[in-house]
Structure formats: C-alpha cells, structure tokens
Design a protein around this ligand. Structure first.
Ligand code: AMP
Ligand code: GLY
Length: 431
C-alpha cells in the first residue's frame, strides 16, 4: 500500500516509524513531516491544514490509505474530504471531531451517553457564567469551548481568579472566537492519565494507557505545555480501571455517536482523572476527549506496540475492529521531550542540534523528531517549541528512564532543555 501520514510532530514521526515497519507498507509519504520523518518517509510539502491540497495530492498519487495525526485538519474536515474522494482514512469526520473541537459539544454528548465526568455548565453570557462560579465556589475550572492551542483551560483556585478568567476570554477575547463560549466545570482532584482506543464507527478496541507531564519544569512546576514526557504503561490505569474506562466511557461514546449519526472512526484519546471514591476506591472520570493520538503519548505507545499498526488502523477505517487484538511488549517505554529554551513562551528557532546519531545508539533508544528541519549544510536545526522525543524501552521504568537520559546527555544542543523527572510517579511506586 501507498500510505500517507498527515502532520509534522513527534506523534507523526512515531506513527511513520511504526507504519514503515509494516509488510503492508510499500511506500510511505508524510505531509509536511520534519527532518527526522525524512529518514522513513517521502516528505510532501503541504500544510497539514491544507484540506484541498492534501486531498488532491492523495488522489493524484494513488494513495491507498491516509492516517491523519493532528486534530486541526480533522476539525477542518480533512477526513470527510478524503473519504469523499474514495480514499480510506484513519481519523474522524468533522462532525465527530467536535468531541475535541468543542468542549461544550463533548460535555453535552457524554452527559447524554451517561459517561462519568465533572459537573459543568455552558455559557455565552458573562453574567450567567459568573453566577455559576459564585454558586459553586472554588476550586473551579474555566475552559474555552473551542481549540485554543492547549491554553484554553484555567484551573482557578479562587472565585476571583475564575471571574478574571471569564473576563479575559469573553471581554478581552484572549482566545478569539474559541472563548466566545465557555465551559465551567467542577475541579477533579486525583491522578491524571491518558487512555487510547481504536474506533471503527460502531465498536472499539482498547489500546493502552500512558502518563504525560504537562508542566514545563521539574516537580510539575511552571506553565502548562503540550506534554514534556510520557511513559507507558501507566500504573494508575490498572486492568480493572481500563476495563471500566472501556465499558463506561469509550463504548457508550462510540455507540452514542453512531446512534446520533456521527460515527467516530479513529483513535479516541480519553483524558482521565482517577479520583478517590468515598471508601478510598479509585474511580476514573473523563476530563476530556481528544480525537487523535496524544503527543508525546503516541511515541511510547508505538514503541511498545508489538503487532503491526497498519492492519489495526485500516480495520478501523474499513469499519470493523472486532478481529483486532493489539499486542504489546511487556517492557516500559518512556519519552523525554527536549524543548527549545523559552518554550512554551517565545523560543529561538534555527539553533543547531548535534550528536543525534551517537545518542540514538544507546540500546533501546529511538529519537523521534517533533520540531526539526534540515539546514542547507545537512545539520539538524530546531524548528519548534517541542523539538525531540527521546524514547527508550526497557524491562523496568527506571531502566528506560536511565537510557533515555543517557541519550539526552549525548545530544549536543545548548539551547534545549528537558525535565529530569519524567515518570516520577512510577519511581515513587518503585517501578
Ligand atoms: P484540557 O485542555 O481539557 O486537556 O485540560 C488541560 C489540563 O487541565 C488537563 O490535562 C488537566 O490537567 C486539567 N484539567 C482539565 N479539566 C479539569 C478538571 N475538571 N479538574 C481538574 N483538572 C482539570
Ligand atoms: N500530550 C497531550 C496531548 O497530546 O494533548
């Protein structure tokens, strides 16, 4: 098959890396890709959001299967356009991608499907929003309805902070149209994890869980980011909790979306908060859905996946995952993100990264590129906030972590930084 992956981040590098190993893959393309993806795929210079351009390319090139990485093109209708052109596509329709594109849509939908989640309200009126906050008190969470590049969520420790967040979004228009409507919801206190399932429109098969580190600095300090590191499996997602997530969240959502005429085809990424019940028992609650793989969760999932990724994604696109049974390496995988100094604020682009080949020689290590490009002299240059995902696999989390940092330490990049405490929760559990 000729396969096209859409996107340019570490997630897409990991997807390309896994797809390239499949005997089903005869030729692999990536639009637009990056300097690392170039080693495994033919780069196509089209923006991931260029729906018409990508559809025209896939048609002209005779692409047999498209895998869409990021949410934005899905929300823009890329999967609809590709399927309309007769090209099997892994990724939800625009209507189904609203599970991520509109938090209000997501909350109303999962309320109808009976999924356990935080209590909430939806607001377009500033007075009503403030009145809701006054009634519920703090801590409380204020979220923009639309996509806001991961910055639309404010955890408010006081009522005044929540009022300020509401004003900033609705009056200050800090997030533009994305913040014209707000979701305000109950604060959930617990341990967060990411869970993934592959959906075929009516049914779903569980993948695996992972744990991300959203804050920029060690000790979970500093500003929120897209994710500074991950590991899988996530010990907080026990087999019993995973089964509960499938039964109470994923399957009701897939069936509900189908019944409402918006079948979900693709990977459903459930952001989970495991809270403590009245008797101290762990209870998973849904924080949010994303309609794509997590980044950098995808890197550790692809590293642990033992079976062929292509038949699994293709089965979803073709509408039947019932025969699929993904197999996993029992080892732990861990990914350390290296970011450009200043991220998630302003950061320098174009700084040189050296010694990547030597770093990649550490046993069990794969370096997935997130934001890189090739300089005119062939050097690898930083070209984004998150730049590399140094990913290792080993029997124990502690060993995977040691290997990942050994590789990080071999990389010669003065303008880069990373967290040094990835998987601290697993370390604290002695794993
Ligand atoms: P989101 O953009 O919805 O993924 O939210 C970003 C982050 O905010 C999540 O990963 C959580 O860490 C946190 N968060 C979102 N909603 C809640 C909530 N209801 N209670 C506690 N934390 C939350
Ligand atoms: N790492 C979290 C995300 O991809 O949204």
């Amino acid at each position: 098959m000729k396969i096209l992956v859409v996107g340019s981040g570490g997630r897409e590098h990991a997807l390309c890396w896994a797809i390239k190993r499949s005997p089903l893959c005869a030729a692999l393309y990536c639009a637009p890709g990056n300097a690392g993806i170039k080693d495994v795929a033919i780069l196509v210079p089209l923006s991931a959001n260029d729906v018409a351009g990508i559809t025209a390319f896939a048609t002209a090139e005779g692409i047999d299967f498209v895998v869409v990485g990021p949410e934005e093109p899905l929300v823009l209708g890329l999967a609809d356009a590709l399927r309309a052109a007769g090209i099997p596509t892994f990724g939800p329709s625009q209507a189904a991608a609203a599970l991520e594109g509109s938090k209000g849509f997501m909350k109303d939908a999962v309320a109808r499907f009976g999924v356990p989640t935080a209590a909430y309200g939806r607001f377009t009126d500033i007075g009503a929003a403030k009145e809701f906050v006054a009634r519920h008190g703090a801590p409380i969470v204020v979220k923009t309805d639309g996509l806001a590049a991961g910055k639309g969520v404010t955890i408010c420790q006081s009522v005044d902070e929540a009022y300020a967040a509401i004003e900033e979004a609705m009056v200050g228009r800090r997030f533009g149209d994305a913040g014209a409507e707000l979701v305000i919801e109950e604060f959930l206190d617990g341990e967060e994890a990411s869970f993934f399932a592959i959906c075929d429109g009516t049914n779903a098969v569980a993948l695996a869980g992972a744990q991300d580190h959203k804050r920029a600095y060690d000790g979970d300090q500093g500003p929120n980011t897209g994710g500074m590191g991950t590991y899988s499996p996530a010990p907080v997602l026990t087999p019993a909790i995973e089964a509960q997530i499938m039964e109470e969240m994923i399957l009701p959502t897939v069936r509900g979306m189908a019944a409402e005429g918006k079948p979900f085809i693709g990977v459903l990424f459930a952001g989970i908060m495991v809270v403590k019940g009245p008797d101290g028992q762990p209870i998973p609650k849904l924080l949010e859905y994303n309609v794509r793989f997590g980044d950098p969760e995808c890197q550790v999932l692809m590293r642990r996946l033992k079976s062929d990724l292509v038949p699994l994604l293709l089965a979803a696109a073709q509408g039947d995952v019932s025969g699929q049974n993904p197999e996993w390496h029992h080892e732990a995988a861990l990914c350390v993100v290296m970011a450009a100094e200043g991220y998630p604020g302003d950061y320098l682009k174009g700084t040189r990264i050296g010694n990547l080949a030597q770093a990649g020689q550490v046993a069990g290590v794969e370096i997935f590129h997130a934001g890189t490009k090739e300089g005119s002299d062939g050097a690898i240059l930083a070209n984004g906030g998150r730049v590399l995902g140094v990913t290792a696999i080993a029997p124990r989390v502690a060993d995977a972590r040691a290997k990942a940092y050994e590789a990080v330490d071999r990389i010669d990049w003065k303008e880069g930084f990373c967290r040094r405490d990835i998987a601290w929760r697993a370390m604290a559990r002695g794993l």
